[in-house]
Design a protein around this ligand. Structure first.
Ligand code: BT5
Length: 322
């Protein structure tokens, strides 16, 4: 709390120094205590100048996924009001899942600078090198049935695609069910996990991984990062991206709570990279091929076979057939 108070004083006076006396008065602590807090902020990556007789001045804030940076100017009511941030963690989804099991509230967000066991779907891995991507998991407690869970993944995909387009102008497209592509390459993956009873979802952990400044050599084939795709090499920071994603997610989530998944799915279709194209889908026990015809209200992909017959697919891996 005191760190936040000291940061606020410094942020509000970015072009001048703030004297120790003034900091002591506002924060209501001793000079020695101010010094201790400034040192702690420096450890977190804040560059704070200390000039004799003049006082302290904030020179630069770190592009670190720490609560004080993410919460600063964040325009959400629920998402990200509680943030847990780790330098290194096994998987933010695993951490968020166990917090949710212990009763952590809706909107809590787990962030990490690096994951040692980043998870994809079906036991696959998510490459999560340090300080270059965003690894974020959000606890939601939506009042939906377990079979509506696919809608949450689509909702998140819309929020991420909009954030990338809004912040960078890149033509981000969604590949059903959980990928965001830029120039045909994967820049973001979404992993939605849940705990549910028979007819009611207890909680959802919505995990989002985005490659922001990640070098291609640290990514698998057919993957890219925002920085790689931008002409200018100084794109939006990870902090800016995280805030925008939380804001955009909250907007879509509120829309879904008011009007169901319908409007979200309509937006999803606008960003789809594959509706109308020929696709091959790998299902657990077979492969099917046809035209990606539609997304229905449960978030399922409707495939039209050459015979004209339609089939609903709830989950699978899609390849585009050229
Ligand atoms: C996904 O699975 O795309 C879901 C990824 C979710 C990651 C987030 S990070 C925060 C949270 N905590 C976690 O532990 N996970 C979530 P799937 O559709 O199964 O895709 C996995 C495949 O994507 C891999 O087999 C690779 O081919 C590819 N891949 C792995 N890492 C990648 C990366 N960083 N960027 C792009 N593609 C990647």
């Amino acid at each position: 709390m005191l760190d936040e108070k000291i940061l606020t004083i410094l942020r509000n006076n970015r072009d001048t120094h703030v004297s120790s006396d003034e900091m002591c008065k506002v924060a209501d602590i001793s000079r020695a205590a101010i010094w201790k807090h400034v040192e702690k902020l420096r450890d977190e990556g804040y560059e704070i100048e200390a000039a004799p007789h003049l006082g302290y001045r904030l020179v630069a804030a770190p592009d670190s996924l720490i609560p004080s940076e993410i919460k600063h100017g964040l325009k959400t009511k629920v998402l990200g009001r509680e943030i847990l941030s780790y330098k290194k963690v096994d998987s933010t989804n695993t951490v968020a899942y166990s917090l949710a099991e212990k009763g952590m509230k809706e909107g809590a967000v787990v962030l990490a600078d690096e994951q040692t066991g980043g998870k994809g779907r079906h036991g696959r891995k998510w490459a999560s090198p340090p300080k270059s991507g965003i690894y974020l998991s959000c606890i939601l407690r939506p009042d939906i049935a377990p079979n509506e869970i696919a809608g949450i993944t689509l909702l998140a995909a819309v929020a991420v695609a909009k954030s990338i387009r809004g912040l960078t102008g890149l033509d981000a497209l969604i590949k059903w069910p959980n990928d965001i592509l830029v120039d045909g390459k994967k820049v973001c993956g979404i992993l939605t996990e849940m705990k549910a009873e028979q007819d009611r979802v207890d909680f959802v952990v919505l995990g989002i991984g985005i490659n922001i400044n990640t070098k291609i050599k640290h990514l698998p084939n057919n993957a890219t990062s925002i920085r790689e795709e931008m002409d200018k090499k100084d794109g939006p920071s990870r902090v800016e991206f995280t805030k925008r994603i939380l804001e955009s997610l909250e907007e879509e989530y509120v829309l879904m709570k008011k009007k169901g998944f319908g409007p979200v799915i309509d937006e999803w279709k606008e960003f789809s990279s594959m509706l109308g194209s020929r696709v091959r889908i790998v299902l657990p026990n077979r492969k099917i091929e046809g035209i990606a015809h539609d997304i229905d209200r449960d978030g399922a992909l409707v495939v039209r076979f050459d015979s004209g017959v339609l089939e609903k697919v709830l989950s699978g891996d899609v390849e585009m057939v050229r």
